[in-house]
Design a protein. Structure first.
Length: 189
C-alpha cells in the first residue's frame, strides 16, 4: 500500500470481532460513495441502494476473512461492482436513467440549466464508452481511487489500467466533441 496505513483496516479488525460501532463508522464513511458507484453502473437509485446495503452486509459477515491487500474502500468498490454487474446481467434489458435527482437551489437558473445540460452530455457520452473504460473513469475520477486501486477493482495490472484510462479519456473527449463541435472551437481560441 505504498507505506500508507489505511485506518479502515483497524475498523475491519474491530468489525471481525463483532464491534457494531466500528461497522457503523465504516458504513457511515463509505455508504454514499458506494451508492454513487453502484448508481453509475445500474442507473437506478433503488438498485444502487440495495447493492450498497448488500456490500455492507457482506462486510459485516465476511470481515473475519478480509485480508488487507489495499485500501478497504477499494475492496468495497470491488464488491459493489461485482454485485452491480451481476444485477445487469440478470436484468439484460435497457437501463433506465433515474430522473428523480433533485436540482440544487440557484439564484441563476440559466447557469443551472447549462450545468445540467453539460452533466447530461457527459453522462450520455460515458454510456457510449465500452463498459471497462466507463468503469475505469468512474473509479478513478469520480470515486477518487488511485490507478493501482482501480486496477485491483477491475482485475487488471496498473499499466493496463493506465492505458485503459488514456483510451477512455480520448474516447470521451472525442464523443463530447462530436456532440458539441462548437465547444472544440472555443477551446482553441
Amino acid at each position: 500500500m505504498n507505506g500508507v496505513e489505511d485506518p479502515d483496516h483497524a475498523l475491519m479488525q474491530r468489525i471481525a470481532s463483532g464491534d457494531a460501532r466500528a461497522f457503523r463508522q465504516l458504513s457511515d464513511q463509505h455508504l454514499k460513495t458506494i451508492v454513487t458507484y453502484a448508481y453509475r453502473i445500474t442507473h437506478n437509485r433503488a438498485e444502487a441502494e440495495e447493492i450498497a446495503q448488500e456490500v455492507f452486509l457482506r462486510t459485516w459477515r465476511e470481515a473475519e476473512r478480509y485480508r488487507p491487500e489495499g485500501r478497504v474502500v477499494a475492496w468495497l468498490h470491488k464488491v459493489a461492482q461485482r454485485l452491480a454487474l451481476d444485477l445487469l446481467r440478470r436484468r439484460r434489458g435497457t437501463v433506465a436513467v433515474d430522473e428523480a435527482l433533485e436540482a440544487p437551489a440557484s439564484d441563476n437558473p440559466q447557469q443551472l440549466l447549462v450545468r445540467k445540460q453539460n452533466v447530461q452530455g457527459v453522462q450520455a457520452a460515458l454510456q457510449l464508452l465500452p463498459e471497462r473504460q466507463r468503469l475505469a473513469l468512474v473509479l478513478s475520477h469520480e470515486q477518487g481511487l488511485s490507478n493501482s486501486e482501480t486496477a485491483d477493482v477491475l482485475g487488471l495490472g496498473v499499466d493496463a489500467t493506465e492505458s485503459l484510462l488514456a483510451r477512455a479519456r480520448r474516447s470521451l473527449r472525442q464523443l463530447l466533441t462530436q456532440a458539441n463541435p462548437e465547444s472544440e472551437g472555443q477551446r482553441t481560441q
